[in-house]
Write a protein that binds this ligand. Structure first.
Ligand code: ADP
Ligand code: MG
Length: 243
């Protein structure tokens, strides 16, 4: 099967000369269509750096990234068919929920009737149909997070990127939104790459998991493989110990 996302021999350094630090040392990851791939590892191991390279927010020092059958290194983010959800989701404060969800489609000149239909579909999926006329300031944290996801989903991207989207939420809401993200992935089938430092989140959401440490993938496998056949002591310890 062709890959939805293929990351080959990626290296990334920051700084110059003596100050140069190699943050990603050699990353190879192949993501199949419809997969939910988790990048998990401790803070500072290079997860966000890798996600930003996939999004096109930065360029690798070395290596290739393909999305579908397209080589995307050097292609600006707006020309990659991706949507990103971060932990700090900035909704447009003066727009209603419906307008927030529809904005990207409006920019792309999607006809109004089609936009309205798509907004209604996405709102139904996220169970926020009753909130469409509200402003972001009239929503709870969890509702705002749903709108942020709705905005990303409405674009029907080829690839969904998440960078610790739940880490600002309280524990109860985090569990609820985790289930929500899982359900949305099952419905939409959109290939996803999800960054977290939370082992439980990784094990419950991932179809495959890349365990990272110091800019390297220590193991890439299904939750079952990672749990039952850890590749080394690091993986065994990391997966076995809640942060
Ligand atoms: P994670 O998301 O896993 O917590 P990051 O990818 O954000 O880690 O960061 C990995 C390392 O790269 C950290 O040591 C961080 O300080 C460094 N780093 C990230 N971005 C930059 C940058 N723009 N310039 C210099 N160093 C950076
Ligand atoms: Mg990060």
């Amino acid at each position: 099967m062709a890959s939805a996302l293929d990351i080959r021999g990626i290296r990334k350094s920051f700084g110059k000369g003596e100050r140069q630090v190699e943050v990603l040392k050699r990353i190879d990851i192949d993501v199949k269509p419809g997969e939910f791939l988790i990048l998990v590892g401790p803070s500072g191991c290079g997860k966000s750096t890798l996600l930003n390279l996939i999004a096109g927010l930065d360029d690798p020092t070395e290596g290739a990234i393909r999305i579908g059958d397209r080589d995307v290194v050097g292609v600006p983010p707006a020309q990659r068919d991706i949507a990103m959800v971060f932990q700090s989701y900035a909704l447009y404060p003066t727009m209603s929920v419906a307008e927030n969800i529809g904005f990207a489609m409006e920019i792309r000149k999607v006809p109004k009737a089609e936009r309205t239909k798509r907004i209604a579909e996405v709102a139904a999926m996220l169970q926020i149909s009753h909130l469409l006329d509200r402003r972001p300031s009239q929503l709870s944290g969890g509702q705002r997070q749903r709108v942020a996801m709705g905005r990303a989903l409405a674009r029907q991207p080829e690839l969904f990127l998440f960078d610790e989207p739940l880490s600002n939420l309280d524990a109860k809401l985090r569990v609820e939104m985790r289930a929500e993200i899982k359900r949305l992935h099952q419905i939409s089938g959109i290939t996803s790459v999800y960054v977290t430092h939370d082992q439980i989140e990784a094990m419950t959401l991932g179809s495959r998991i890349a365990v990272m440490k110091d800019g390297l993938v220590q193991q890439l496998g299904t939750p079952d493989e990672i749990y039952n056949r850890p590749a080394n002591t690091y993986v065994a310890t990391f997966i076995g110990s809640p942060t």
